[in-house]
Design a protein around this ligand. Structure first.
Ligand SMILES: [Zn+2]
Length: 139
């Protein structure tokens, strides 16, 4: 995911709350000739060329837009750390089971594992530990 800060314009009434968002101040003025034009920033996904869908997609400062990007990148790198099923390299299923040796598996592979050795369902707090990159030391 490549994110880029872009310059944006939005119309505003006296309340300083932005209305519609435009790429140029001319377009904004044309559509809302009686409104004030606010200058701000948005975050664009360079792959889709679309503004990133977020509740707050018009930032009044570049710093705020950059903060949003940093948060998105941090979230993306966390999800890459997601534990994966150990039965098959590249198994896309989410991990739900743990065997006696401490290996994690998805539901299907966990049930398969259970045929040869004890393998139980992970508890929610254990899943959270794994997602944080922590180990589960006890079966
Ligand atoms: Zn699996």
């Amino acid at each position: 995911m490549k994110l880029k800060i872009v310059s944006l314009f939005a119309n505003s009434n006296k309340d300083r709350i932005y209305g519609d968002i435009y790429n140029s101040s001319e377009d904004c003025l044309q559509a809302h000739p009686h409104d004030e034009v606010l200058h701000g920033f948005g975050v664009m996904n360079e792959n889709t060329k679309l503004l990133v869908d977020a509740s707050d997609d018009f930032y009044r400062s570049e710093t705020a837009a950059q903060r949003f990007i940093d948060e998105q990148l941090a979230a993306a790198s966390t999800s890459e750390k997601r534990v994966s099923c150990q039965m098959e390299r590249g198994c896309p299923e989410p991990v739900t089971h743990l065997d006696q040796d401490g290996w994690a598996y998805c539901t299907g592979h966990g049930l398969q594992r259970r045929l040869s050795q004890p393998c139980r369902k992970l508890r929610p707090h254990e899943l959270n530990r794994l997602k944080r990159g922590d180990q589960i030391t006890k079966y």
